[in-house]
Design a protein around this ligand. Structure first.
Ligand SMILES: [Zn+2]
Ligand SMILES: [Zn+2]
Length: 342
């Protein structure tokens, strides 16, 4: 089969299409013909050698949707022809976190594309427990986004922050792959979103997607404007997709508010004022990835139209380098998805 191999750490050209052995499904596995795969910022960091534990010689990709074409021995849950999306990381199903439904905190959790085979390939073989059924009729590209950008956002907004009708929700990095879907989730949950972007050119589109307010802050100083927009009440919930913005986010919080940190873009520590946390009773929670349950909900919301997948470009798998270059150049809003081989 054909696969896109990361030949070395570096620029987009390090992604090379090669002929490799087609995987065989072992007992309990399903063999999936990959139909669509999203290009995540995580893949970009891996390619550039900026992730701890990253390796070369691997197939990237953890936003993978496709069709089951063969089932291994002992698989009773799936059949040939099933449409599935693949859970983004391998989980053991046996540790205490898995047993309480927190596959995102599995103790055996490895790095995508290092401890699992990624989706930038014609076929991938995975344990059947990682292959989540996709509702009938949902396009492959939409299904591919259910795990990473949408499931992760749903977990942060609904499961963790319990966003409810009437809440005000701040979203940093709102035009990125996560933020652009979070705006829609906030709307579906009946709350009011305040989207922060550094790019004036992207503000209109964020409004069109349903953002109630858009703050353009190229210098990432948005606190005063958010304070004004909330009538000096602050926001009930903030999703920080960037990380370096956490101190500014904390200044925008209402009493008793919750900040969910999803991003760590420049990887540097930030200053947090304990006095501010105590005075305003602010909770800070880290999150990442999603549980199987979150992903099922994401798929249902995609299928019933509450969330529209935002895909700015589609390239073939052969053009993975080009797809990565588009993301590198920040030329896209939402996801770049690969589909088909030329
Ligand atoms: Zn991802
Ligand atoms: Zn586990």
């Amino acid at each position: 089969m054909k696969a896109v191999i990361l030949s070395a750490f570096g620029g987009p050209d390090t992604l090379q299409v090669q002929e490799v052995d087609t995987p065989r499904p072992g007992p309990g596995d399903v063999l999936v013909r990959v139909r669509a795969a999203g290009i995540c910022h995580h893949d970009i960091l891996h390619r550039a050698g900026k992730l701890p534990g990253a390796k070369t010689g691997v197939v990237l990709g953890h936003e993978t949707a496709g069709e089951v074409i063969e089932v291994g021995a002992d698989v009773i849950t799936h059949k040939v022809g099933d449409a599935v999306v693949i859970y983004q990381r391998q989980f053991c199903g046996m540790c205490r976190n898995c047993l309480r439904g927190r596959q995102d905190m599995c103790r055996a959790l490895g790095l995508p594309a290092v401890d699992t085979v990624g989706g930038y390939a014609e076929y991938v073989s995975v344990p059947a427990s990682m292959a989540i059924s996709v509702p009938a009729g949902l396009p492959w590209q939409a299904a591919a986004l259910a795990c990473c950008p949408i499931g992760t956002s749903l977990r942060a907004l609904r499961t963790l922050a319990n966003v409810s009708p009437g809440d005000s929700v701040l979203i940093t990095g709102a035009s990125g792959g996560l933020g652009i879907h979070q705006i829609q989730i906030v709307k579906a949950l009946g709350a009011r979103s305040i989207a922060v972007t550094s790019s004036p050119a992207k503000a209109e589109h964020l409004k069109a997607l349903g953002a109630d307010e858009v703050v353009v802050a190229p210098d990432l100083k948005f606190g005063a404007e958010v304070w004004r927009l909330t009538g000096k009440q602050g926001v009930d919930v903030a999703i920080d997709n960037l990380g370096m913005t956490l101190p500014e986010v904390l200044r925008t919080m209402a009493q008793g508010g919750i900040v969910v940190v999803l991003g760590n873009l420049d990887g540097k520590p930030v200053d947090v004022s304990p006095g501010l946390l105590i005075g305003r009773r602010i909770r800070i929670a880290g999150s990442g990835s999603a549980t199987l349950e979150d992903i099922r909900h994401a798929l249902a919301m995609l299928a019933n139209g509450q969330i529209k997948p935002i895909i700015s470009a589609t390239v073939s798998f052969d053009e993975a380098s080009h797809g990565h270059a588009l993301v590198d150049a920040k030329a896209v809003e939402g996801r770049v998805v690969m589909e088909g081989w030329s």
